[in-house]
Design a protein around this ligand. Structure first.
Ligand code: GLU
Length: 306
């Protein structure tokens, strides 16, 4: 019964595994450099609850920027459409940690998925929560039905010790008045948020609500409205891959989000969430083998939004 999806995943996995993929592990966060570059896993969760996984799909990795979609979701619940007064919805066309456009746009980040935008989102969450670190984790555990999910203190501490660019980004935005709390408090939470660890299977399970109009597939709980879910999907399509979002839409044709830990989540609305993990990143900071696998999945299955 499930042979169609099993074949789609297996063929794409075998093909991507057989290809030479150039790339480097992210080492600017020292702790991330300790990972085996040959790890490779994929997991698809269909909205009807069926699961298809291969390779290292049950091994935890650092989800990094993929967590920015979840922090946006929680902040969007609190602030509603007013959130777009503090963050724009345009692709940046610059690197994920760039300061360049903050000067031009007077401290308004281009979108919530570049570091500057995600840092403003963290500021919003700190304003609305008593203990952002604890309550954000509780939110993710609830969305995913995974009560044991945790941050990695090792990864967070490693980034806290070396994240000078993010310190600069946060302070620069503060100088324009678009950070309301103390920069060191905001940054501390930002680094913790990025250190969340999940397996491909857990991450694809977590993201099914965004392929399902904002509603959890397990108990039907509405996490965000379907209109908000549509907008987050649109942002993932246009801004989810740093300066390579056009390329991802062109090659894969699904909304998605990558992280420098080598993970990518992609969504086929009303059908499935898929996560791939392969730590070697291309020059734009996206998993090289992961992109290749997803391109294979959508090309041969014709399961894309276009
Ligand atoms: N914590 C990472 C940073 O701020 C996240 C980057 C990413 O995954 O794109 O540099």
């Amino acid at each position: 019964m499930d042979s169609r999806y099993t074949n789609i995943i297996k063929n794409a996995y075998d093909f991507a595994q057989s290809q030479k993929c150039k790339g480097e592990i992210a080492s600017y966060i020292p702790e991330l450099a300790n990972i085996d570059p040959n790890k490779f896993g994929v997991h698809m969760t269909k909205l009807d609850g069926r699961n298809f996984g291969m390779g290292d799909h049950l091994e935890k990795f650092s989800i990094q920027s993929i967590a920015k979609v979840l922090s946006l979701t929680l902040a969007y619940k609190f602030v509603g459409e007013k959130i777009w007064e503090r963050i724009d919805v345009e692709p940046s066309g610059t690197k994920f940690d760039s300061l360049l456009l903050l000067e031009t746009y007077e401290g308004i980040p281009r979108n919530p998925f570049v570091n500057s935008g995600a840092i403003v989102i963290c500021d919003i969450l700190i304003t609305h929560l008593n203990d952002a670190k604890k309550e954000f984790l509780e939110f993710v555990r609830d969305v995913s039905d995974l009560p044991k999910l945790t941050y990695s203190d090792k990864i967070a501490d490693s980034e806290k010790a070396t994240g000078y660019r993010n310190v600069a980004v946060c302070n620069f935005i503060k100088s324009f008045g678009n950070i309301k709390n103390e920069p060191n408090v905001v940054l501390d939470f930002y680094f913790d948020m990025c250190s969340l660890e999940m397996t491909c299977q857990q991450l694809s399970q977590t993201f099914t609500f965004l392929a399902n109009g904002g509603k959890k597939i397990t108990d039907g709980k509405q996490i965000i409205t379907s209109s908000q879910s549509k907008r987050i999907n649109a942002l993932m399509l246009t801004c989810g891959f740093y300066d390579e979002s056009g390329e991802f839409a062109f090659r894969v044709g699904l909304p998605g989000k990558s992280g420098v830990g080598g993970g990518i989540v992609a969504l086929y609305p009303n059908n499935f969430a898929i996560v791939v993990w392969s730590p070697k990143l291309n020059k734009n900071g996206n998993s090289a083998r992961g992109m290749l696998l997803l391109e294979e999945v959508t090309t041969h299955s014709e399961l894309s939004i276009f």
